[in-house]
Ligand binder design. Structure first.
Ligand code: NDP
Length: 256
């Protein structure tokens, strides 16, 4: 991770779980980013307390309100981040916020399907649209050749549960809405890789493993620390040859 020089990074859903740990590990780096933007739905509320505790020790951490299902909130977040960056771009956007649901083929509802799709697919699409000008600015301002996470990148936190080939953890639950949403997020990542390659932006879908968080459950095999350490070791190794790929926290290329 030592060679991973990200000047600015934004993580959505950063008040708990994998998002919070990403923020912590970026801040603890020996060469931390100049700006770490941690977004959450309610920066004033109790759920943001752990982030607020970090701010007192890290002046480079900025907490920004962002509700991934609300286009106005996303636009307001992009405007706030632009203000902080004072003319420079955003290097790394991590679309981490997401929700899971346990619905089966029999029980899944219109409301459940819609909410999960809106949060896990439309959210990352709209967030990427809103931050695109800042990502382009970072790419334009960089003298690095090719594509990389330290130049300009969109990382979509996906799941192997959305892999049509592997269907990770089917025995644990059908989670129909969640699986379909992550399969769609993988397609969005592929489309972004084709659409933004010419702008110098790398697009990647990442499976973080089965992780001990509220979503993964506390009997999951992987600690949040190990998952995020793995992800932060993989990101600096990615380049144009990986654009549009689906990779695991261990750096393995996963099948769609
Ligand atoms: P958690 O449930 O622990 O945290 C989810 C985060 O997303 C919270 O910060 C939550 O905020 C935020 N969030 C949810 N909905 C919205 C929304 N509408 N707008 C803004 N923020 C929102 O999940 P994990 O940390 O485990 O998961 C993070 C990502 O990793 C997700 O995309 C998940 O699908 C993926 N993943 C996780 C796995 C695991 O085993 N844990 C496995 C594979 C993928 P709030 O506190 O306000 O609800």
């Amino acid at each position: 991770m030592a060679g991973f020089n990200v000047r600015s990074v934004l993580v959505t859903g950063a008040n708990r779980g994998i998002g919070l740990e990403l923020v912590k590990q970026f801040l603890e780096k020996s060469n931390p980013p100049e700006w770490v933007f941690a977004t959450c739905r309610d920066p004033e509320g109790e759920r943001a307390q752990q982030l607020k505790n970090l701010v007192s020790r890290h002046p480079n951490l900025v907490i920004v309100a962002l509700e991934a299902t609300d286009p106005a909130s996303i636009k307001a977040a992009a405007a706030r981040v632009e203000e902080h960056l004072k003319g420079s771009g955003l290097n790394l956007l991590i679309n981490n916020a997401g929700i899971g649901r346990n619905g089966t083929l029999e029980s899944q509802t219109l409301e459940g399907m819609s909410l999960v799709y809106t949060t896990n697919v439309t959210g990352p699409l709209l967030v990427s649209q809103a931050f695109l000008p800042l990502l382009k600015k970072a790419a334009q301002g960089s003298n690095q050749k090719g594509l990389s996470c330290s130049k300009a990148a969109i990382v979509n936190m996906s799941s192997e549960a959305g892999s049509i080939t592997n269907l990770f953890a089917w025995h644990v639950g059908q989670a129909i809405a969640y699986r379909c949403s992550k399969a769609a997020l993988n397609m969005l990542t592929k489309c972004q890789s084709l659409g933004y390659e010419g702008d110098g932006i790398l697009s990647i879908a990442v499976h973080p493993g089965w992780v001990q968080t509220d979503m993964g459950g506390f009997t999951a095999p992987l600690t949040v620390d190990a998952s995020v350490r793995g992800i932060l070791n993989v990101l600096p190794t990615l380049s144009e040859k990986d654009n549009g790929a689906f990779v695991s926290w261990e750096g393995k290329v996963l099948p769609w």
